[in-house]
Design a protein around this ligand. Structure first.
Ligand code: ZN
Length: 213
């Protein structure tokens, strides 16, 4: 379900992110690569026959690709500012990001996909640069985080959580675009059964409908 809240520790069953594995440098490298993949999926779709495909919500309560891309862009900026705040303050308390307030105030659905894609990549590189240089003692520093519950979290966790946001919403963006615009980003097809008779293949109706979310 897209409306469920992904976990903030252990393994995420939806996107496969694991908070318990991977070192700092590898986590940051993956974050930058996956940001690039989200950015490319958005620009490819926007460069297709209908630019507005990026603005379509697959279901009324599920965000569009441009909305997720704007969210990811802003998450990267907010999290980089939180790293700086954590290093600068004795007892940092992070201000809530207000994801749905931003969606409305900044009119995510009307933003230019090419501009969003470029900003997403810039923010990923800037976040990566700020995260890569942290020393072990800094990674253990605590700040009061407000999602999903108010709790002290280390900077190391904050970086992993940011990487999870990127991986999870990369999946959302690619899944949504595959549903709405099959010729640009094809959804994975099920392999034909092994005993299929090749001569009757073309006459066999194929199931094109998504198997559910
Ligand atoms: Zn996830």
């Amino acid at each position: 379900m897209n409306t469920s809240r992904p976990p903030v520790d252990g393994l995420c069953q939806e996107c496969g992110f694991n908070y318990d594995t991977g070192d700092l440098q590898g986590t940051v490298t993956t974050l930058i690569r996956q940001s690039a993949e989200s950015s490319m999926a958005l620009t490819k779709a926007a460069a297709g026959p209908d630019v507005n495909v990026v603005r379509l919500r697959p279901e009324p309560e599920v965000w569009s690709a441009i909305e997720y891309a704007c969210h990811v862009r802003d998450v990267l900026e907010v999290q980089r500012a939180r790293i700086a705040q954590c290093l600068a303050e004795d007892r940092p308390v992070y201000a809530p990001m207000d994801r749905s307030g931003r969606l409305k105030e900044l009119k995510y659905e009307q933003q230019d996909p090419m501009v969003v894609a470029a900003a997403l990549m810039k923010n990923a590189r800037d976040f990566g640069a700020a995260a890569r240089v942290l020393k072990p003692a800094e990674l253990g520093k605590l700040g009061l985080y407000n999602y999903p519950v108010r709790a002290p979290r280390t900077l190391g966790w904050l970086i992993r959580h940011t990487a999870h946001e990127i991986q999870h919403h990369r999946m959302d963006i690619i899944t949504i675009l595959a549903k709405l615009e099959p010729p640009i980003i094809p959804a994975p097809k099920a392999a034909p059964p092994e005993d299929a008779d090749p001569e009757t293949d073309e006459a066999t109706p194929t199931a094109d409908e998504p198997t559910g979310t």
